[in-house]
Design a protein around this ligand. Structure first.
Ligand code: IFM
Length: 703
């Protein structure tokens, strides 16, 4: 029996990590998996996705909102400490996206459960229950904590605490003049006395109640969030929630989320695969919201790390999941890149190029949040110059690749007419203007590939092949559709680039040089390199750049994204060569290695990489620091990579000539896999039993 629950029995363990692991959310808001009594020192966070703020010259990042669920309990005037519980349980239900907490003490049991509604995007709810194990006089303080954790704050210029009848209101005005209003109604079961109390930066109610042995006190909290220019004029929304009642809102949320969860799940006869895949699917589902006007950031909704910015993670690692399970949300993600073209045009211009150079770390308008000093020295904290923003030009090609992928899976050419074709043309113009032509050959010099440890290199193989592909598909689409849009383009120039871009070929051992001069770098093992680090958190790029050690799959990513370009022999040679040189310093790396391993028949290693990818947020052993820059949080691209390993790897999904085909290679001991997927606007169920494939069209859910 599959049980899709993640549990912790010991909250003494890493609380910051558990905040990510037990995260719940609905794409617009992410509520970290912290306890009701936790405060800012425990990284309590209610993140608003795509809502940014900047304090002075500090890093611009997404906003953490006030905490509406702050609660403490007192017994005989003594605060109950969660550490004193005899038994503890934190339980994330992946099927319903709800978090439950149980703390058993000598005298009472605390249970709370919470959700971020998957039906009403700006609604949260929580039920907090105290059960008396003997006759007790209890005091409970509960309400909004305005003293919140911020990575690069303070983000609020003004924080106001208001009361309007039964509604508590916390209002914040940010440095960028957005008004955040959080309405809270708390509905207790019978109590003896209630009074408003104000502690510094808290808006609390105090409930006093006498409970006889076996009796329960229940406190339901209803929350509505508004983000806009000013405070809303009434409290209607939160009052409606109160009227509906907790049970109804909770069940509606659970029912809706569960349907989405079941729609997206992959099931096999291997419980370990099922559970890990379910966790990855959960991580991706809590990022979906049709009201999201931006896109998914690299750390999802788990916190403020990486400036809440959108990287290639979304297009290359996550998009395939949404294409197969929710194509209309996939379209939103593509549309974000169309909407932010202006940012990309501006960036290219700033650096003296034509066309569209997309932001390496893109915020809401496509502006680049990536700092020129993106990491720092682990000892002194001194910023280190990095070239991610200025030279990681593959980002534009990744977006072109995603547009082509979207078309491949949906046939929805409207995207080209809504700006997609223009985006492709501008990306191609960018590559043409970035390239240097020497002796009739185009070179993309001074770039960074996916392996960020080697900066400012010439002719990164991944980037060059991707640029060629980009210009090639652009020219094809232009030939078919440009006249309908009145788009002007220089066909000869595009064709010349396609014909003459330098494409590194495999050497006589079959290995493709990652960039010009890579083969001449120092041979050293990862273990040897580790000994050169002056500090465990030191940024590896510093010591690795003169060696062959790479951060993550680079040539291997090329082989995975373009499976038809190279022979099996070449793929084997490159896997074998780069494998020992890859530090996997990015969680994106393992799924690429996993996919290639599966293709090459190393199913055990492929499975290992699937587990590694799907467990990125279950396993506390992850990199949290790049020097003194905090990079912790959840890893949705890794979750997307895990999904890809199962679907494109073990199930062998391929699209060829407008047809979807499956060439399964199930891992050892697994004889069954099944899932639902969308393709060209229709929904199907696929099952594989002993490598025999059966695909059935499903009536329900067709687009
Ligand atoms: O996009 C990645 C990059 O490839 C490696 N560093 C982290 C980024 C965000 O996940």
């Amino acid at each position: 029996m599959n049980e899709y629950k993640v549990r912790s029995f010991n909250y003494q363990e890493d609380r910051i990590f558990n905040g990510n692991k037990f995260l719940i959310g609905n794409g617009l808001y992410g509520l970290r998996g912290t306890l009701d009594e936790f405060t800012k020192k425990d990284n309590v966070g209610l993140l608003a996705s795509g809502v940014y703020d900047q304090h002075g010259k500090k890093i611009r990042e997404p906003l953490n909102l006030f905490n509406p669920f702050y609660t403490t309990v007192y017994l005989n005037n003594k605060k109950i400490k969660y550490e004193d519980a005899k038994e503890f349980l934190l339980e994330l239900d992946l099927e319903t996206a709800t978090l439950k907490r149980v703390s058993v003490f000598d005298d009472l049991i605390i249970t709370s459960k919470r959700f971020v509604s998957s039906v009403h995007s700006h609604t949260l709810g929580r039920r907090y229950v105290i059960k008396a194990l003997k006759d007790l006089n209890i005091t409970l303080k509960s309400g909004i904590d305005l003293d919140i954790y911020e990575l690069n704050g303070p983000h609020y210029l003004i924080k106001k605490r208001l009361k309007d009848g039964s509604v508590y209101k916390a209002v914040g005005v940010t440095n960028e003049e957005k008004t955040i209003t959080l309405d809270l109604i708390q509905k207790p079961s019978s109590v003896d006395t209630i009074r408003d109390i104000k502690e510094p930066l808290k808006l609390l109610k105090e409930f006093n109640v006498f409970l006889s042995k076996g009796e329960e006190f229940v406190l339901d909290s209803f929350v509505s969030i508004f983000i806009g220019e000013k405070m809303p004029s009434d409290n209607q929304e939160v009052k409606e929630l109160e009227k509906r009642g907790f049970d109804s809102l909770y069940q509606e949320h659970c029912y809706t989320f569960k349907k989405r969860f079941q729609n997206a799940l992959i099931e096999t006869d291997n419980l370990e695969i099922n559970f890990n895949l379910a966790y990855a699917v959960y991580q991706l589902l809590i990022l979906e919201n049709k009201e999201l006007t931006t896109s998914i950031s690299a750390r999802g909704i788990s916190g403020q790390t990486y400036k809440g910015a959108v990287f290639w993670d979304t297009e290359i690692f996550m998009l395939p999941f949404y294409l197969l399970t929710n194509p209309s949300f996939a379209k939103n993600l593509i549309e974000y890149r169309l909407k932010t073209l202006k940012g990309a045009l501006d960036k290219a211009k700033k650096y003296g190029y034509k066309g569209a150079f997309y932001a390496w770390e893109s915020q809401e308008f496509g502006q680049d949040a990536c700092s020129l000093y993106n990491v720092s020295d682990a000892v002194s904290g001194k910023p280190i110059r990095t070239y991610f923003a200025d030279k990681q030009i593959h980002i534009s090609g990744d977006i072109a690749y995603a547009i082509a992928n979207y078309l491949k899976f949906t046939n929805d050419y409207s995207i080209l007419f809504k700006g997609g074709l223009k985006v492709l043309l501008e990306i191609s113009n960018f590559y043409l203007s970035y390239a240097q032509k020497e002796n009739g050959v185009y070179h993309l010099n001074d770039v960074l590939g996916p392996d960020e440890y080697h900066e400012r290199v010439n002719d990164n193989a991944f980037t060059n092949y991707l640029a060629k592909y980009t210009v090639e598909i652009t020219l094809n689409y232009l030939k078919s559709f440009a006249h309908l849009l009145g788009l002007q383009y220089d066909s000869l120039a595009l064709q010349d680039f396609i014909d003459n871009i330098y494409l590194p070929k495999p050497n006589k051992e079959g290995v493709i040089e990652q960039f010009q001069g890579y083969f001449a770098l120092e041979d050293v093992s990862i273990e040897q390199l580790k000994t050169r680090l002056k500090h465990p958190n030191e940024y590896w790029g510093r010591v690795a750049s003169s060696t062959k050690i790479i951060k993550q799959a680079d040539v291997v990513t090329l082989l995975v994204l373009f499976p038809d370009l190279f022979s099996e022999g070449i793929k084997r040679a490159n896997f074998a060569y780069y494998f020992p040189l890859t530090e996997h310093g990015s969680s994106l790396s393992s799924s690429m290695y996993g996919l290639l391993a599966i293709e090459l028949g190393d199913l055990d290693y492929g499975l290992q990489m699937f587990f590694k990818s799907s467990q990125a947020d279950l396993d506390p052993k992850q990199k949290l620091w790049a020097g003194k820059v905090y990079i912790g949080g959840s890893h949705p691209a890794s979750a997307g990579g895990a999904y890809k390993c199962l679907v494109f790897g073990f199930m062998g999904l391929k699209v060829s000539n407008g047809q979807v085909i499956f060439e399964p290679k199930l891992p050892f001991g697994t004889t069954f896999m099944q899932f639902n997927f969308y393709f060209l606007g229709k929904k199907y169920n696929l099952s594989i039993i002993n490598n025999k494939v059966d695909v059935q069209e499903l009536k329900e859910g067709a687009l």
